[in-house]
Design a protein around this ligand. Structure first.
Ligand SMILES: Cc1ncc(COP(=O)(O)O)c(C=O)c1O
Length: 384
């Protein structure tokens, strides 16, 4: 590498991904080992047991910290395990202000698991920073944000909310799964920690689950390393390797996702069977200006309104290039129905409150030839 600060794609391919010194292998080896031989009591090469540390995992953690611009990263068995670890950094009596429009699994964890351990939660519409300010309490330790939100693609202003939270002694966590560090780096905007479901764009190939927390302070990383050891929800060496392989192409994949995403959003916005499109790249998105300021691209997550459950079902039955299924961020186009899939746990009333209708469809636009995706959506929409 030259003296110039390496760019994003170079860091993705090289940081933590250095050739293996013993053999020169250009890819990081999968250290499939549970334990490590010791020369004498307490004398070892830095690893004792793979729940505590593993060389493949170390490499991935180094890589992801560099991509988000943090001081360290800790990886977990899934995105939910990573969010669980963040909540486990708190103690009974602590309060979290969270977005009201998060991935459904997050409020399920907060309300049905962490609330039993004495954490309290207030859910607010984080698209207006004043709502966050209003609901901060003396015991608020964290503000938990998703931007854009899942599935309604509402944005929140990470810089403004971080300034408010910091003034009141709270830290800000951003779930950056939808954008990946290629299109949005919340730490540069003031966030204290970033979480991802690596299952999505970071892995990129829909072949493994994982989660990561990227930290800005060594104390956060120490607490999370302790939680890896104490609770054990770590990512296996093979799954770490899949993500290391995935991030090598993150930059080119995200460029193509974004290019296809913009074309699909334009097509849906003009389609007579589609009543509304939620995509921050469309000029009529209420936070389009914030999107241009805060993100480096608009990505490929789009939601659109078909009008009813029956309409959604008619179209979803017909898709062929798009695959009907949960998840997002893979090279293949995935299409889903939030009310019965990702947001089923919220219940009808919970969904109604935040505007998730039965006719809403979410699409994670893949990197197939965009003409094929558009033809597929067109023929499927004709069924409505
Ligand atoms: C934004 C977001 N955060 C977190 C998660 C949870 O990640 P995982 O499924 O890897 O546990 C998801 C899953 O869909 C998600 O979309």
């Amino acid at each position: 590498m030259t003296n110039r600060n390496p760019g994003f794609a170079t860091r993705a391919i090289h940081v933590g991904q250095e050739p293996e010194p013993a053999t020169g292998a250009v890819t990081v080896p999968i250290y499939a080992t549970s334990t490590y031989v010791q020369e004498e009591i307490g004398k070892h090469k830095g690893h004792e047991y793979s729940r505590v540390s593993n060389p493949t995992r170390d490499r991935l953690e180094t890589n992801l910290a560099a991509l988000e611009g943090g001081v360290a990263a800790k990886v977990f068995a899934s995105g939910m395990a990573a969010i669980h670890a963040i909540a486990s950094m708190l103690k009974a009596g602590d309060h979290i202000v969270a977005g009201h429009n998060l991935y459904g699994g997050t409020p399920r964890l907060f309300n049905q698991v962490m609330a039993n351990f004495g954490l309290t939660f207030t859910y607010v519409n984080t698209s207006d920073p004043a709502n966050v300010e209003r609901d901060l309490q003396k015991n608020t330790r964290l503000v938990f944000l998703e931007t854009p939100t899942n599935p309604l693609m509402e944005l929140c202003d990470v810089r403004a909310i971080s300034e408010i939270a910091h003034r009141r002694g709270a830290e800000v966590v951003v779930d950056n799964t939808f954008m990946s560090p290629y299109f949005q780096r919340p730490i540069e905007l003031g966030a204290d920690m970033v979480v991802h479901s690596t299952t999505k764009f970071l892995n990129g190939h829909s072949d493994g689950l994982g989660g990561v927390v990227v930290c800005t302070k060594p104390e956060q990383a120490e607490k999370l390393a302790f939680l890896q050891k104490a609770a054990g929800a770590i990512l296996s060496p093979f799954e770490c390797w899949l993500v290391l392989r995935g991030v090598k192409t993150l930059a080119v994949r995200m460029e193509q996702h974004d290019c296809n995403g913009r074309k699909v959003a334009d097509f849906l916005a003009k389609h007579k069977k589609v009543r509304k499109v939620f995509y921050p790249g469309l000029p009529d998105h209420p936070q389009h200006e914030l999107a241009k300021r805060q993100m480096f691209g608009f990505g490929s997550m789009i939601a659109f309104e078909t009008g009813s459950l029956a309409n959604a079902n008619k179209m979803l039955r017909k898709v062929r290039v798009c695959s009907l299924g949960e998840s997002l961020g893979g090279v293949e186009t995935l299409i889903s129905h939030p009310a019965t899939m990702t947001h089923a746990a919220l219940g009808e009333e919970g969904r109604r409150k935040i505007g998730i209708t039965d006719g809403l469809v979410r699409i994670s636009v893949g990197i197939e030839d965009v003409g094929d995706i558009l033809d597929d959506l067109d023929q499927a929409l004709a069924a409505i």
